[in-house]
Design a protein around this ligand. Structure first.
Ligand code: PMP
Length: 359
Protein backbone atom coordinates (compact mmCIF):
# COMPACT_ATOMS: atom_id res chain seq x y z
CA UNK A 1 0.00 0.00 0.00
CA UNK A 2 1.44 3.38 -0.98
CA UNK A 3 1.73 5.88 1.88
CA UNK A 4 -1.00 8.53 2.10
CA UNK A 5 0.17 11.79 0.58
CA UNK A 6 0.06 13.65 3.92
CA UNK A 7 2.96 11.60 5.28
CA UNK A 8 5.94 13.95 4.90
CA UNK A 9 8.43 11.26 4.00
CA UNK A 10 11.59 12.14 2.02
CA UNK A 11 10.58 12.63 -1.62
CA UNK A 12 13.07 10.05 -2.83
CA UNK A 13 11.50 7.42 -0.58
CA UNK A 14 7.94 8.06 -1.75
CA UNK A 15 6.39 5.15 -3.61
CA UNK A 16 8.70 2.52 -2.12
CA UNK A 17 7.44 -0.55 -0.29
CA UNK A 18 9.29 -2.15 2.62
CA UNK A 19 11.58 -4.82 1.16
CA UNK A 20 11.06 -8.50 1.85
CA UNK A 21 10.15 -11.85 0.41
CA UNK A 22 6.55 -12.93 0.96
CA UNK A 23 6.23 -14.65 4.37
CA UNK A 24 3.57 -17.32 3.86
CA UNK A 25 3.29 -19.45 7.00
CA UNK A 26 2.47 -23.13 6.64
CA UNK A 27 4.33 -23.63 3.36
CA UNK A 28 7.63 -25.44 2.89
CA UNK A 29 9.94 -22.44 2.94
CA UNK A 30 12.69 -22.71 0.33
CA UNK A 31 12.64 -19.00 -0.44
CA UNK A 32 15.09 -17.11 1.80
CA UNK A 33 18.18 -19.35 1.85
CA UNK A 34 17.81 -20.34 5.48
CA UNK A 35 19.43 -23.39 6.99
CA UNK A 36 16.63 -25.97 7.28
CA UNK A 37 18.24 -27.63 10.30
CA UNK A 38 17.29 -25.94 13.56
CA UNK A 39 19.81 -25.73 16.40
CA UNK A 40 19.72 -28.84 18.60
CA UNK A 41 18.15 -28.94 22.07
CA UNK A 42 21.66 -28.83 23.57
CA UNK A 43 22.59 -25.70 21.62
CA UNK A 44 19.23 -24.12 22.47
CA UNK A 45 19.84 -24.90 26.18
CA UNK A 46 23.23 -23.20 26.07
CA UNK A 47 21.85 -20.16 24.26
CA UNK A 48 19.01 -19.98 26.80
CA UNK A 49 21.48 -20.18 29.72
CA UNK A 50 23.65 -17.44 28.22
CA UNK A 51 20.64 -15.24 27.58
CA UNK A 52 19.42 -15.86 31.14
CA UNK A 53 22.75 -14.75 32.54
CA UNK A 54 22.61 -11.66 30.32
CA UNK A 55 19.03 -11.00 31.46
CA UNK A 56 20.24 -10.55 35.05
CA UNK A 57 22.27 -7.58 33.83
CA UNK A 58 19.72 -6.01 31.49
CA UNK A 59 19.40 -2.92 33.68
CA UNK A 60 22.82 -1.98 32.25
CA UNK A 61 23.70 -1.16 28.65
CA UNK A 62 25.56 -3.92 26.81
CA UNK A 63 29.26 -3.93 25.91
CA UNK A 64 29.22 -1.26 23.22
CA UNK A 65 32.21 -2.83 21.49
CA UNK A 66 31.03 -6.47 21.79
CA UNK A 67 34.63 -7.47 22.41
CA UNK A 68 34.11 -11.06 23.54
CA UNK A 69 31.88 -11.84 20.58
CA UNK A 70 34.32 -10.21 18.17
CA UNK A 71 37.15 -12.29 19.64
CA UNK A 72 35.16 -15.47 19.09
CA UNK A 73 34.28 -14.46 15.54
CA UNK A 74 37.94 -13.71 14.79
CA UNK A 75 38.92 -17.12 16.17
CA UNK A 76 36.32 -18.77 13.99
CA UNK A 77 37.60 -16.99 10.87
CA UNK A 78 41.26 -17.77 11.58
CA UNK A 79 43.67 -16.21 9.04
CA UNK A 80 45.51 -14.53 11.92
CA UNK A 81 42.59 -12.18 12.61
CA UNK A 82 41.86 -10.73 16.05
CA UNK A 83 38.94 -8.83 17.63
CA UNK A 84 40.19 -5.51 16.29
CA UNK A 85 39.85 -6.87 12.73
CA UNK A 86 36.22 -7.88 13.20
CA UNK A 87 33.04 -5.89 13.58
CA UNK A 88 29.57 -7.28 14.27
CA UNK A 89 26.04 -5.94 13.84
CA UNK A 90 22.43 -7.08 13.58
CA UNK A 91 22.80 -9.22 10.50
CA UNK A 92 25.17 -8.56 7.63
CA UNK A 93 22.43 -6.30 6.31
CA UNK A 94 23.23 -3.85 9.10
CA UNK A 95 26.95 -4.31 8.52
CA UNK A 96 26.46 -3.35 4.87
CA UNK A 97 24.40 -0.30 5.79
CA UNK A 98 27.17 0.80 8.18
CA UNK A 99 29.71 0.31 5.39
CA UNK A 100 27.75 2.62 3.11
CA UNK A 101 27.21 5.11 5.94
CA UNK A 102 30.94 5.26 6.54
CA UNK A 103 32.29 4.97 2.99
CA UNK A 104 29.36 6.01 0.77
CA UNK A 105 27.10 9.02 1.13
CA UNK A 106 26.19 12.19 -0.77
CA UNK A 107 28.56 12.84 -3.67
CA UNK A 108 29.91 9.31 -3.44
CA UNK A 109 29.28 6.21 -5.55
CA UNK A 110 29.06 2.45 -5.11
CA UNK A 111 29.38 -0.17 -7.84
CA UNK A 112 28.03 -3.71 -7.90
CA UNK A 113 27.44 -6.30 -10.60
CA UNK A 114 23.88 -7.41 -11.35
CA UNK A 115 22.03 -9.65 -11.01
CA UNK A 116 22.94 -9.53 -7.34
CA UNK A 117 21.43 -9.13 -3.87
CA UNK A 118 18.44 -6.84 -4.17
CA UNK A 119 18.96 -5.08 -0.84
CA UNK A 120 22.14 -3.26 -1.89
CA UNK A 121 20.39 -0.54 -3.92
CA UNK A 122 18.22 0.17 -0.89
CA UNK A 123 21.24 0.76 1.37
CA UNK A 124 22.58 3.07 -1.33
CA UNK A 125 19.25 4.92 -1.52
CA UNK A 126 19.04 5.26 2.26
CA UNK A 127 22.57 6.67 2.50
CA UNK A 128 22.28 8.91 -0.61
CA UNK A 129 25.04 6.96 -2.30
CA UNK A 130 24.99 6.99 -6.11
CA UNK A 131 24.38 3.43 -7.24
CA UNK A 132 26.12 2.11 -10.34
CA UNK A 133 25.36 -1.32 -11.72
CA UNK A 134 27.76 -3.30 -13.86
CA UNK A 135 26.47 -6.41 -15.60
CA UNK A 136 27.49 -9.97 -15.01
CA UNK A 137 28.25 -12.19 -18.01
CA UNK A 138 25.83 -14.80 -19.43
CA UNK A 139 27.16 -17.37 -16.96
CA UNK A 140 26.79 -14.79 -14.12
CA UNK A 141 30.52 -14.42 -13.64
CA UNK A 142 32.11 -10.97 -13.41
CA UNK A 143 34.35 -10.22 -16.37
CA UNK A 144 37.48 -8.77 -14.73
CA UNK A 145 38.27 -6.60 -17.75
CA UNK A 146 34.79 -5.05 -17.79
CA UNK A 147 34.87 -4.59 -14.02
CA UNK A 148 38.20 -2.81 -14.21
CA UNK A 149 36.96 -0.51 -16.97
CA UNK A 150 33.77 0.36 -15.10
CA UNK A 151 35.70 1.10 -11.90
CA UNK A 152 38.20 3.25 -13.75
CA UNK A 153 35.36 5.20 -15.37
CA UNK A 154 33.18 5.63 -12.26
CA UNK A 155 35.85 5.94 -9.55
CA UNK A 156 33.49 4.44 -6.94
CA UNK A 157 34.11 4.87 -3.23
CA UNK A 158 32.70 1.39 -2.62
CA UNK A 159 32.83 -1.71 -4.82
CA UNK A 160 30.53 -4.49 -3.76
CA UNK A 161 31.37 -8.00 -4.95
CA UNK A 162 29.15 -10.83 -3.79
CA UNK A 163 30.78 -14.23 -3.70
CA UNK A 164 29.01 -16.61 -3.74
CA UNK A 165 26.51 -14.29 -5.35
CA UNK A 166 22.83 -14.15 -4.50
CA UNK A 167 20.65 -15.08 -6.44
CA UNK A 168 22.97 -16.85 -8.87
CA UNK A 169 25.26 -18.83 -6.52
CA UNK A 170 28.32 -17.76 -8.53
CA UNK A 171 31.67 -17.52 -6.71
CA UNK A 172 34.43 -15.25 -7.99
CA UNK A 173 38.03 -16.30 -8.48
CA UNK A 174 40.40 -14.42 -6.17
CA UNK A 175 42.17 -13.06 -9.24
CA UNK A 176 39.03 -11.02 -10.07
CA UNK A 177 38.93 -9.58 -6.55
CA UNK A 178 42.63 -8.76 -6.82
CA UNK A 179 42.20 -7.02 -10.17
CA UNK A 180 39.36 -4.97 -8.74
CA UNK A 181 41.42 -4.08 -5.66
CA UNK A 182 44.21 -2.95 -7.92
CA UNK A 183 42.13 -0.21 -9.57
CA UNK A 184 39.44 0.60 -6.98
CA UNK A 185 40.11 3.98 -5.39
CA UNK A 186 37.98 3.24 -2.31
CA UNK A 187 36.98 0.16 -0.35
CA UNK A 188 36.19 -3.21 -1.90
CA UNK A 189 33.63 -5.31 -0.06
CA UNK A 190 33.31 -9.02 -0.72
CA UNK A 191 29.97 -10.23 0.66
CA UNK A 192 30.61 -13.83 1.67
CA UNK A 193 27.27 -14.52 3.35
CA UNK A 194 27.29 -17.99 1.78
CA UNK A 195 31.02 -18.72 2.03
CA UNK A 196 30.70 -21.86 4.15
CA UNK A 197 28.73 -23.56 1.37
CA UNK A 198 31.40 -23.07 -1.28
CA UNK A 199 32.66 -26.11 -3.16
CA UNK A 200 36.08 -27.62 -2.50
CA UNK A 201 38.70 -25.51 -4.22
CA UNK A 202 36.69 -22.26 -4.13
CA UNK A 203 38.77 -19.77 -2.14
CA UNK A 204 37.70 -17.10 0.36
CA UNK A 205 38.71 -13.45 0.07
CA UNK A 206 39.86 -13.65 3.72
CA UNK A 207 43.12 -14.81 2.16
CA UNK A 208 43.65 -11.34 0.68
CA UNK A 209 43.08 -9.32 3.86
CA UNK A 210 46.70 -9.45 4.89
CA UNK A 211 47.91 -7.71 1.77
CA UNK A 212 44.95 -5.42 0.98
CA UNK A 213 44.04 -2.91 3.71
CA UNK A 214 41.02 -1.53 1.80
CA UNK A 215 39.34 -4.94 1.54
CA UNK A 216 36.33 -5.83 3.70
CA UNK A 217 34.90 -9.35 3.85
CA UNK A 218 31.38 -9.67 5.26
CA UNK A 219 29.94 -12.85 6.71
CA UNK A 220 26.81 -13.87 8.60
CA UNK A 221 25.59 -16.40 11.15
CA UNK A 222 22.23 -16.48 9.34
CA UNK A 223 23.03 -19.18 6.80
CA UNK A 224 25.62 -21.86 7.58
CA UNK A 225 25.31 -21.26 11.36
CA UNK A 226 21.53 -21.75 11.29
CA UNK A 227 21.02 -18.54 13.26
CA UNK A 228 18.98 -16.30 10.95
CA UNK A 229 16.65 -15.46 13.83
CA UNK A 230 19.57 -14.39 16.03
CA UNK A 231 20.49 -11.55 13.64
CA UNK A 232 24.26 -11.57 13.70
CA UNK A 233 26.40 -10.47 10.79
CA UNK A 234 30.05 -9.46 10.82
CA UNK A 235 32.89 -8.12 8.76
CA UNK A 236 36.64 -8.71 8.75
CA UNK A 237 39.05 -5.96 7.68
CA UNK A 238 42.04 -3.91 8.69
CA UNK A 239 41.68 -2.51 12.23
CA UNK A 240 41.55 1.06 10.88
CA UNK A 241 38.63 0.17 8.58
CA UNK A 242 36.84 -1.36 11.58
CA UNK A 243 37.45 1.89 13.49
CA UNK A 244 35.78 3.77 10.63
CA UNK A 245 32.68 1.60 11.00
CA UNK A 246 32.64 2.24 14.74
CA UNK A 247 32.15 5.92 14.01
CA UNK A 248 28.75 5.39 12.37
CA UNK A 249 27.35 2.61 14.56
CA UNK A 250 24.58 3.45 16.99
CA UNK A 251 25.71 3.27 20.60
CA UNK A 252 24.77 -0.16 21.99
CA UNK A 253 23.51 -1.32 18.59
CA UNK A 254 24.07 -4.97 19.49
CA UNK A 255 21.89 -5.94 22.44
CA UNK A 256 23.26 -7.93 25.38
CA UNK A 257 20.77 -10.64 24.43
CA UNK A 258 22.11 -10.83 20.86
CA UNK A 259 25.72 -10.84 22.03
CA UNK A 260 25.04 -13.60 24.55
CA UNK A 261 23.09 -15.74 22.08
CA UNK A 262 25.67 -15.39 19.31
CA UNK A 263 28.62 -16.02 21.63
CA UNK A 264 26.95 -19.15 23.00
CA UNK A 265 26.13 -20.34 19.49
CA UNK A 266 29.73 -19.82 18.38
CA UNK A 267 30.91 -22.15 21.11
CA UNK A 268 28.96 -24.79 19.19
CA UNK A 269 30.33 -23.83 15.78
CA UNK A 270 31.29 -27.40 14.92
CA UNK A 271 27.84 -28.75 15.66
CA UNK A 272 26.00 -25.89 13.98
CA UNK A 273 28.16 -26.21 10.89
CA UNK A 274 27.84 -30.00 10.85
CA UNK A 275 24.94 -29.87 8.42
CA UNK A 276 26.83 -27.74 5.93
CA UNK A 277 28.36 -30.76 4.22
CA UNK A 278 24.96 -32.39 3.88
CA UNK A 279 23.54 -29.15 2.46
CA UNK A 280 26.36 -28.87 -0.04
CA UNK A 281 25.69 -32.43 -1.20
CA UNK A 282 21.98 -31.74 -1.42
CA UNK A 283 22.76 -28.58 -3.41
CA UNK A 284 24.78 -30.58 -5.91
CA UNK A 285 22.01 -33.20 -6.15
CA UNK A 286 19.45 -30.46 -6.68
CA UNK A 287 21.52 -28.89 -9.46
CA UNK A 288 22.05 -32.28 -11.11
CA UNK A 289 18.35 -33.17 -10.89
CA UNK A 290 17.31 -29.87 -12.44
CA UNK A 291 19.93 -30.29 -15.17
CA UNK A 292 18.72 -33.81 -15.97
CA UNK A 293 15.21 -32.47 -16.37
CA UNK A 294 16.49 -30.07 -18.97
CA UNK A 295 16.59 -26.84 -17.01
CA UNK A 296 19.32 -24.28 -17.31
CA UNK A 297 21.08 -24.29 -13.95
CA UNK A 298 23.49 -21.65 -12.65
CA UNK A 299 26.58 -23.19 -11.05
CA UNK A 300 26.22 -22.69 -7.32
CA UNK A 301 28.66 -22.38 -4.43
CA UNK A 302 25.80 -21.41 -2.10
CA UNK A 303 22.85 -23.14 -0.42
CA UNK A 304 20.46 -22.36 -3.27
CA UNK A 305 20.20 -22.87 -6.99
CA UNK A 306 18.96 -20.52 -9.71
CA UNK A 307 17.23 -22.37 -12.53
CA UNK A 308 15.14 -21.65 -15.60
CA UNK A 309 14.20 -20.59 -18.03
CA UNK A 310 10.48 -20.15 -17.86
CA UNK A 311 8.27 -18.20 -20.18
CA UNK A 312 5.99 -17.46 -17.25
CA UNK A 313 8.01 -17.93 -14.08
CA UNK A 314 5.28 -16.44 -11.94
CA UNK A 315 2.88 -19.20 -13.02
CA UNK A 316 5.44 -21.84 -11.99
CA UNK A 317 6.09 -20.07 -8.66
CA UNK A 318 2.33 -19.88 -8.04
CA UNK A 319 1.85 -23.53 -9.03
CA UNK A 320 4.46 -24.52 -6.44
CA UNK A 321 2.82 -22.32 -3.79
CA UNK A 322 -0.51 -24.01 -4.55
CA UNK A 323 1.24 -27.32 -3.80
CA UNK A 324 2.65 -26.05 -0.51
CA UNK A 325 6.18 -25.18 -1.65
CA UNK A 326 7.45 -21.61 -1.45
CA UNK A 327 10.48 -20.72 -3.58
CA UNK A 328 11.66 -17.29 -4.74
CA UNK A 329 10.72 -15.35 -7.81
CA UNK A 330 13.88 -13.34 -8.12
CA UNK A 331 16.85 -12.78 -10.37
CA UNK A 332 16.81 -12.33 -14.13
CA UNK A 333 13.52 -12.67 -15.98
CA UNK A 334 12.68 -16.32 -16.60
CA UNK A 335 14.63 -17.75 -13.66
CA UNK A 336 13.58 -18.96 -10.22
CA UNK A 337 15.65 -19.56 -7.10
CA UNK A 338 15.20 -22.48 -4.72
CA UNK A 339 16.99 -22.89 -1.40
CA UNK A 340 18.30 -26.25 -0.27
CA UNK A 341 16.07 -27.90 2.34
CA UNK A 342 15.93 -31.21 4.16
CA UNK A 343 15.57 -34.39 2.04
CA UNK A 344 11.81 -34.37 2.75
CA UNK A 345 11.53 -30.74 1.67
CA UNK A 346 13.51 -31.41 -1.48
CA UNK A 347 11.27 -34.34 -2.34
CA UNK A 348 8.22 -32.14 -1.89
CA UNK A 349 9.81 -29.59 -4.22
CA UNK A 350 10.71 -32.23 -6.83
CA UNK A 351 7.21 -33.69 -6.79
CA UNK A 352 5.54 -30.31 -7.00
CA UNK A 353 7.79 -29.07 -9.82
CA UNK A 354 7.16 -32.21 -11.89
CA UNK A 355 3.44 -31.59 -11.54
CA UNK A 356 3.58 -27.90 -12.31
CA UNK A 357 6.04 -28.20 -15.19
CA UNK A 358 5.91 -31.72 -16.64
CA UNK A 359 8.68 -32.30 -19.20
N1 PMP B 1 24.22 -10.77 1.77
C1 PMP B 1 23.64 -11.63 0.95
C2 PMP B 1 24.28 -11.93 -0.36
C3 PMP B 1 22.43 -12.24 1.31
O1 PMP B 1 21.84 -13.08 0.48
C4 PMP B 1 21.85 -11.94 2.57
C5 PMP B 1 20.58 -12.56 3.05
N2 PMP B 1 19.68 -13.02 2.17
C6 PMP B 1 22.51 -11.02 3.38
C7 PMP B 1 23.69 -10.46 2.95
C8 PMP B 1 21.96 -10.59 4.69
O2 PMP B 1 21.88 -11.57 5.63
P1 PMP B 1 21.77 -11.28 7.20
O3 PMP B 1 21.38 -9.84 7.38
O4 PMP B 1 20.75 -12.22 7.69
O5 PMP B 1 23.13 -11.54 7.74
Amino acid sequence: MPLPSWVPIREDLRGFEPYGAPQLPGLIGLNVNENPYAPSEAVADDIAAAVRAAALGLNRYPDREAVELRERLAQYLGHGLSAQNVWAANGSNEVMLQILQAFGGPGRAAVSFAPTYSMYPEYARDTHTRWVTGRRAEDFSVDPQEAVELIKAEQPDVVLLTSPNNPTGTALPLSTVEEVLEVAPGVVVVDEAYAEFRRAGTPTALELLDTHPRLLVTRTMSKAFALAGGRLGYVAADAAIIDALRIVRLPYHLSAVTQAAATAALAHADELLAQVDALREARDELAAWLGERGYAVAESDANFVLFGRFEDRHAVWQGLVDRGVLIRETGPEGWLRVSVGTPEEMNAFYTALMEVDPR
